[in-house]
Design a protein around this ligand. Structure first.
Ligand code: ATP
Ligand code: MG
Length: 650
């Protein structure tokens, strides 16, 4: 692969001020290298309060099933709430909630503690005890976080199902973990109107065979007056509001299950990932501190993810609350009622640390620079990105228009399976390279290898693997140990196979190039979708691009590109010219071999509900196949549009 596309000419060294203020110091890497287990023991005691101290850092004797902080006991909810109150920070705002219709609610740590205790008491009353699973199917409102923490307090693992999923998806997840209780709401606000949730729960339970579910706890969010089934459904305001604020947090084993969560389904059928308590909390709190650089009591942090994804679990609920951070929680979409809604909230709440996904950044680029320019974002000092590779162009846009040309950006690579950030620059320490996730965090060991598990040379594309266990690693696929071993540990002995392609540049920075399945082979050249997409996005009329390799008689695979234009679009005759220009542009940026065989201008791309491009569906279309599993797709009409358009062109 040509080097010049990825190794940008300029890097951004940290300002002296950032370096001085940052939580992370450069010697953290040396500490971790010098004594791996000692380093994690230190982080465990620094970030977490243990009811019983652990006596062994890591037990890897039953690999690939890890035990971290063996013998330790803790209560995760106590760590996220009570201890901050005990330390005198009860008056600190934990959550600045902003509802989509404009309602606002500030919740202090003292209030959060009361609410979590009440919810824990109410759930106990409903029959939930330690070890029982609870499904959570909620909009982005404070009760969602309160409910999750109440489960954690009781030692009842939760399984959060994104509120945008169908009753079928909900049902299969309820069945999988045999949930005893479902926490839901009548509705959540979506683009100005309450979008119902409760009917999907009813439908799911109608079908659930005989039913592990005994009770449904319903928050009234939208005043939609849902049907309530006698004996099964109870209102949150009836049973939680009247419950006692006294609840003793029992300590649970470090390896006690905390939650099950399904992957996004970008590459296929989602996998139910199991996470446990101690190691997960340690690494989410540590990474939130060193990578997001949050300073509790000073920063106003905002992670825009939905709690239904791992990013919401780790960086809205557990990491930030364990650290005692003040954060914004917003219910709605970024463009409701106007396209500047996020920036308006950031301005009004004085957001200082902002964490979002490339898909959102590219949408904002498409909407235009003038929109964020209307708001005062001067308090923002750290920006973060997660979920997909961020194109260098989008990175630069983010820094310039959201980070007022100053804020360091942390591009964080991790997965549902890894539980917490694994690869990321450190603000104040790392010289930033736009588009690269850069370095494994102190305490994390990764490598890029070839098919024989040999480390590849710099500049060569290989497979990203994790070479040492890490505290927040998945403890398995729920109920399927074989699939766990097969999926992650069978490709190479003793190496965790992440499924992503990557390479090191000449300076040792890591470039994640997308899924292994997405790496193309054109006339014997290995090309990465991410690089060609970034080349397309670097054209000033392109906002977003998806590239796939379609089977081709001549070249093995041919590059097929789908692009969304920035505001303004293109007329019909202009389109033809633009397509040629874009092909030429990729040729110039990367090399003639990477020139797309065809470029299609579209208005939407198929995405998972977490916002990731589903290339496998585009590939199905490009290869004239029926499209595969679309259960995690946001909008299935997008696929029809693309299919019809492609057929018309053939
Ligand atoms: P599934 O495993 O079901 O196909 P998924 O992999 O999209 O879905 P997640 O766990 O939400 O589910 O996403 C993890 C993946 O997201 C990573 O394996 C990687 O491909 C991508 N990713 C996340 N962060 C980054 C990043 N900063 N840079 C590049 N890729 C990223
Ligand atoms: Mg995955």
């Amino acid at each position: 692969m040509a080097e010049e596309t990825t190794t940008e000419a300029h890097t951004y060294p940290p300002s002296e001020q950032t370096t001085q203020y940052a939580n992370a110091k450069a010697d953290l890497y040396e500490q971790a290298d010098a004594d791996f287990e000692g380093f994690w023991a230190d982080q465990a005691r620094k970030y977490v309060t243990w009811g019983t101290d652990f006596d062994q850092v890591l037990d890897w004797s039953d690999a690939p099933f890890a035990k971290w902080f063996v013998g330790g006991e803790l209560n995760v909810a106590y760590n996220c709430v009570d201890r901050h109150v005990e330390e005198g920070n009860g008056d600190r705002v934990a959550i600045h909630f902003v509802g989509e219709p404009g309602d606002e609610r500030d919740i202090t740590y003292a209030q959060l503690k009361d609410e979590v205790c009440k919810a824990a008491n109410a759930l106990s009353e409903l029959g939930v005890s330690k070890g029982d699973a609870v499904a959570v199917y909620m909009p982005m409102i404070p009760e969602t976080i309160i409910g999750m923490l109440a489960c954690a307090r009781l030692g009842a693992p939760h399984s959060v199902v994104f509120g945008g999923f169908s009753s079928d998806a909900l049902r299969s997840r309820i069945d999988d973990c045999k949930a005893k209780v479902v926490i839901t709401a009548d509705a959540g606000y979506r683009r100005g109107t309450p979008s119902p949730l409760k009917p999907a729960v009813d439908k799911a339970l109608e079908k659930a065979d005989g039913g592990s579910v005994e009770k449904v706890l319903v928050v009234n969010r939208g005043d939609t007056d849902p049907e309530m089934k006698e004996g099964r459904d109870v209102w949150w305001h009836d049973v939680v509001d009247s419950a006692s604020t006294e609840h003793t947090a029992e300590n649970h084993d470090s390896e006690h299950p905390l939650f099950i969560l399904y992957t996004s389904g970008t590459t296929g059928k989602p996998k139910g990932i199991l996470h446990t308590s101690g190691g997960y909390l340690v690494q989410t709190a540590y990474t939130n501190s060193v990578a997001h650089d949050v300073h509790p009591g000073e920063d106003v942090y905002w992670c825009t993810a939905d709690v239904g994804w791992i990013t919401g679990h780790s960086y809205i609920v557990y990491g930030p609350l364990a650290n005692g951070v003040t954060q914004v929680v917003y219910e709605g979409t970024p463009d409701s009622p106007h396209k500047g809604r996020w920036w308006e909230i950031a301005q009004n709440k004085g957001v200082t640390v902002f964490y979002t996904a490339p898909t959102a950044i590219r949408a904002c680029m498409k909407w235009g620079d003038d929109i964020p320019a209307k708001f005062d974002l001067s308090k923002i000092r750290i920006l973060g990105s997660v979920g997909e590779p961020i194109n260098p162009q989008a990175w630069e846009w983010y820094r310039e228009h959201i980070g007022h040309d100053e804020a360091p950006i942390v591009d964080t690579w991790w997965q549902t399976e890894t539980g917490a950030i694994m690869i990321s620059p450190l603000p104040g320490v790392t010289d930033l390279v736009p588009g690269s996730a850069q370095k494994p965090l102190p305490g994390i060991a990764v490598e890029i290898v070839d098919d024989e598990a040999k480390p590849v040379e710099r500049g060569q594309t290989g497979l990203l693997v994790v070479t040492k266990p890490w505290p927040s690693m998945l403890r398995g696929i729920f109920g399927d140990n074989e699939r766990y071993k097969q999926t992650y540990w069978s490709r190479f002995e003793n190496l965790y196979f992440a499924g992503d392609g990557a390479k090191f540049d000449e300076d040792g920075n890591i470039w994640v190039l997308g899924r292994v399945d997405d790496v193309m082979n054109v006339s014997g050249h290995r090309l990465s979708t991410a690089e060609i997409e970034s080349a397309l996005v670097s054209h000033d009329r392109v906002a977003e691009a998806a590239v796939v390799g379609a089977t081709d008689d001549m070249t093995g695979q041919a590059v097929v590109a789908f692009v969304i234009l920035r505001e303004g679009g293109a007329s019909d005759e202009d389109q033809e010219k633009l397509v040629q220009e874009l092909r030429g542009h990729v040729g110039n940026e990367i090399g003639p071999i990477a020139k797309p065989k065809s470029v299609m201008i579209v208005s939407e791309l198929p995405k998972t509900r977490s916002g990731k491009i589903m290339r496998r569906l585009l590939k199905d279309v490009a290869e004239n196949r029926d499209v595969g599993d679309t259960s995690t797709l946001t909008d299935s009409s997008v696929m029809d549009f693309i299919k019809n358009n492609l057929q018309a062109k053939k």
